[in-house]
Design a protein. Structure first.
Length: 422
């Protein structure tokens, strides 16, 4: 999946940890009116709300236009690029992307919608990067002189009239679409709109020039990528791993903002109830999938109301595990359907008994994992005792921004080794 990702033009890179060992000496920085001088010391980033749980899905873009997906991310190709492929930007739902070429051509893949291109335009210099506006669904292109062209995306500044020490080589956008960063070959950072400065390599001597950048999901950090694969992380930019050494000349990578989202974000009058096999919730409205997955079941007469929607997660920390939504939910999906965080699984009816959601026992045909593990019985149900699986799922829901369930006593049972925690 590509959900809420940012692009990073690079040679042989995926977002990785800072490679300080590749540096020595220093180079002069550059500055731009309307931007932030790269010599300015980085300010401490403000913590971003924890409303998503990250996974390691990403798609890598090769110089030939091949888009190679990992962890459920989009795979596609541009069969015959008209000029060198220089960047990639992802759609909001993670199932599409735009590829940018040096001559300004933009190619839409998956569910990405074409909004125009810079081919044949008056942009000075070759196009070197692309960034998506996740609010409007449009995108920006940036040329080597820092000229920025928006396609259904707002213009908030550029370096087109500034004498740069080195050309611009890439860009990244803030998650709300209100700003973006441009990066030069020496690592100089120019921040526009609501983009914040977190640091740069402008005062360092690099073994290889910077070739691109990517922003973190919350916009509180970014990675700078050097041509030798050296990665320089600033703000809250985390380590994701690398595909360096694969032998492919990679020119861009899209990093997702988080594998999972709050599935109850649109439920009206939402209230958490007890933790049992899962977590009970009252309210009314659409219930979404919390991550990418495949539906394995929708009904089971053993549950009140007959609904037992289950799906197997296909990426993220809980990939391969099953989630269920049961009781007073009207299914809106079918068995075998591929779902994302934008998919409505069912409609919650505000009536007793409350909806229950939690970890399902494989293959998700009607049993909760807690019940299958012997953590739940008629007696524990009567006492409203929580289970270990239920508490773990409650913690996940809280991490995603939903209210945590109510625990009445000590949890029954334990989780299997290496079960994800939140």
């Amino acid at each position: 999946m590509f959900r809420r990702m940012r692009q990073c033009a690079a040679l042989g890179c995926v977002a990785t940890a800072a490679a300080i060992g590749t540096l020595s000496g220093g180079v002069a920085g550059a500055s731009a009116p309307g931007g932030v001088p790269i010599s300015t010391p980085p300010t401490a980033p403000q913590p971003a709300p924890t409303l998503s749980v990250p996974s390691a899905s990403y798609s890598m873009l090769t110089a030939t236009g091949a888009l190679v997906g990992f962890g459920g991310a989009l795979t596609g190709t541009v069969s015959t690029p008209t000029s060198p492929v220089v960047g990639i930007a992802a759609t909001a739902d993670g199932h599409g992307a735009w590829e940018a070429e040096a001559n300004g051509t933009v190619v839409a893949l998956g569910d990405a919608v074409y909004h125009g291109s810079g081919a044949g335009s008056s942009m000075a210099g070759p196009v070197v990067g692309i960034a998506a506006d996740l609010v409007t669904g449009g995108y920006w292109l940036v040329a080597s002189n820092g000229a920025v062209s928006g396609f259904d995306a707002p213009f908030v500044g550029s370096t087109a009239t500034i004498a740069l020490n080195q050309p611009i080589v890439g860009m990244a956008a803030t998650p709300d679409g209100g700003g973006y960063w441009l990066v030069a070959g020496d690592g100089g950072i120019f921040a526009f709109g609501d983009a914040r400065f977190f640091g740069s390599t402008g005062a360092m001597r690099l073994n290889q020039p910077i070739v691109g950048m990517a922003a973190t999901p919350g916009g509180a950090g970014y990675w700078l990528v050097a041509g030798d694969g050296g990665i320089f992380a600033y703000g809250d930019a985390p380590f994701f791993g690398s595909d360096a050494g694969s032998g492919q000349r990679v020119v861009a990578v899209a990093v997702e903002d988080g594998g999972y989202r709050n599935p109850l974000r649109a439920v009206a009058d939402l209230h958490a109830q007890r933790i049992d096999q899962g977590v009970d919730y009252s309210g009314a409205g659409p219930v979404y999938a919390l991550g990418d997955g495949v539906v394995t079941n929708t009904t089971n007469t053993g549950w009140p109301g007959g609904a037992f929607i289950s799906y197997r997660l296909t990426d993220g920390p809980a990939a391969g595990r099953y989630v269920y939504v049961a009781e007073n939910v009207v299914p809106k999906v079918t068995v075998g359907q591929v779902v994302t965080t934008q998919t409505v699984l069912g409609i919650l009816i505000d009536a007793a008994p409350d909806m229950e959601t939690g970890w399902a026992n494989p293959p998700g045909l009607g049993d909760a994992a807690a019940g299958a593990a012997g953590q739940w019985s008629a007696s524990t149900d009567a006492m409203s005792l929580p289970t270990a699986y239920g508490e773990n799922f409650s913690q996940l829901m809280a991490a995603l921004g939903a209210p945590a369930g109510i625990a009445s006593g000590t949890a029954v049972g334990t989780l299997p080794a290496q079960w994800p925690t939140w």
